[in-house]
Design a protein around this ligand. Structure first.
Ligand SMILES: NC(=O)c1ccc[n+]([C@@H]2O[C@H](COP(=O)([O-])OP(=O)(O)OC[C@H]3O[C@@H](n4cnc5c(N)ncnc54)[C@H](O)[C@@H]3O)[C@@H](O)[C@H]2O)c1
Ligand SMILES: [Zn+2]
Length: 363
């Protein structure tokens, strides 16, 4: 892979997403182009540090930094204000300044936390994303949404704060546990359905290569996803309009995750079921497309993602749907696929939604 640069244009907060193999070369070079920092701290978790910490530290040392590391325990349950506090402690202890730099090495949890710490420490210092999961490479590391969870809800505390650079090395994904890897692919399928029929077709044709983590196939999927996410963020940074389409599969997906206490499904798995549910709803509302519905279900299944709606209590799902922070004026906005590569956002009446949910839960 030659280095690929995807610019994300947000005026004076613009930055590049650089894709390439071998983070130990790429990261240092690219950081030097965007930062004159004297102090750099890598934020990561114990698992990722063990696997990839050395390469990343070497990359930074090679270009003249003497980086320090702060390790957060791994897992969503540690995406908390308390852990942010620990990061601040390290920053204070090492006398970090306005001009210092944080590097997020990890999945979405690490990326969101590092971004939030960077947004708030000294009212904002620079940070770089080096994502190590599929979810983080195609989604979380791009677009500047940062934050932590509250015991009462996910991502309740946060800020929109853009990184200075995102460095994406698809080879980092080879160490990802299989279920984690496959779950992330649901997001790539999502990009295909919402705006890229070619990406969708590519995935259909290359399921085996993708599952084998063939670098070329994987890189194509990630590159297209990155380009799409970047374009959507540029068009609508604060999710006032277009960025909503990225929530395809997520309205139902989040509800399923919540009702099952975030234990039964990985995020992408819930999104896979959510996409199936959204297309079922579209069908009921007369805007569905049977070809899309069939292809989406078979691709998700071929990748090893769940496609059956779980037998949950529809009333509980309704409750979650209507308490979501994205509900506007009491109306749930659903992202409905109309044909491959195009979706619409529609308000759906409560009774209608409830009827469809009952059928899904009993199906
Ligand atoms: N900011 C955004 O726009 C955005 C978008 C999507 C998701 N998110 C957030 O991202 C989080 C989920 O992120 P995730 O799915 O990346 O999960 P994650 O960050 O929890 O990482 C999953 C697990 O994989 C391990 N891991 C990471 N990289 C690895 C590698 N290369 N090899 C081996 N193990 C590795 C980690 O230690 C962790 O245990 C959620 O908190 C979600 O809210 C944010
Ligand atoms: Zn998602």
């Amino acid at each position: 892979l030659r280095k690929v640069r995807v610019p994300l244009d947000l005026g004076d907060r613009s930055y590049d997403i650089v894709l390439g193999y071998d983070v130990s070369r790429l990261l240092g070079e690219e950081i030097r182009k965007v930062s004159r920092a004297e102090k750099v701290m890598v934020v990561t978790d114990s698992r990722i540090n063990r696997l990839h910490g050395k390469a990343v530290m070497a990359a930074l040392v090679r270009v003249g930094f003497s980086p320090t590391v702060v390790q957060v325990p791994y897992g969503e349950q540690h995406k908390t204000v308390a852990q942010i506090g620990r990061i601040y402690d390290h920053l204070v202890q090492h006398r970090f300044e306005r001009s210092s730099l944080l590097v997020a090495l990890g999945g979405g949890v690490i990326g969101d936390m590092t971004g939030f710490a960077a947004a708030t420490f000294l009212r904002g210092i620079a940070y770089v994303q080096c994502p190590t999961t599929v979810v983080a490479q195609v989604d979380a590391a791009i677009g500047g949404k940062t934050g932590v969870d509250h015991p009462k809800g996910k991502n309740l505390i946060g800020a929109i704060y853009q990184p200075s650079l995102v460095v994406v090395d698809p080879l980092l994904l080879v160490t990802l546990p299989k279920r984690e890897f496959v779950s992330g692919l649901a997001e790539v399928v999502k990009y295909g359905v919402i705006c890229d029929p070619q990406l969708f077709r590519f995935m259909e044709k290359n399921v085996d290569a993708i599952l084998a983590r063939d670098p070329k196939s994987l890189t194509y999927c990630i590159r297209r996803s990155v380009e799409i996410k970047a374009a959507v963020v540029v068009a609508d940074e604060r999710e006032l309009g277009l960025r909503k389409i990225l929530n395809y599969g997520h309205t139902f997906g989040h509800a399923i995750e919540t009702v099952t206490g975030y234990r039964r499904y990985k995020h992408g798995e819930a999104v896979a079921i959510g996409m199936i549910a959204a297309s079922f709803l579209a069908d009921r509302l007369g805007v569905g497309n049977s070809d899309l519905i069939a292809r989406q279900a078979s691709l998700l299944a071929a990748l090893g993602l769940p496609t059956r709606f779980p037998r949950l209590n529809p009333d509980e799902i309704m409750k979650v749907l209507y308490s979501d922070k994205k509900v506007v004026g009491g109306e749930v906005h659903c992202i409905l696929p109309e044909k491959m590569g195009s979706v619409s956002v529609q308000k759906v009446e409560r009774d209608r939604l409830e009827g469809v949910l009952r059928d899904l839960c009993l199906s």
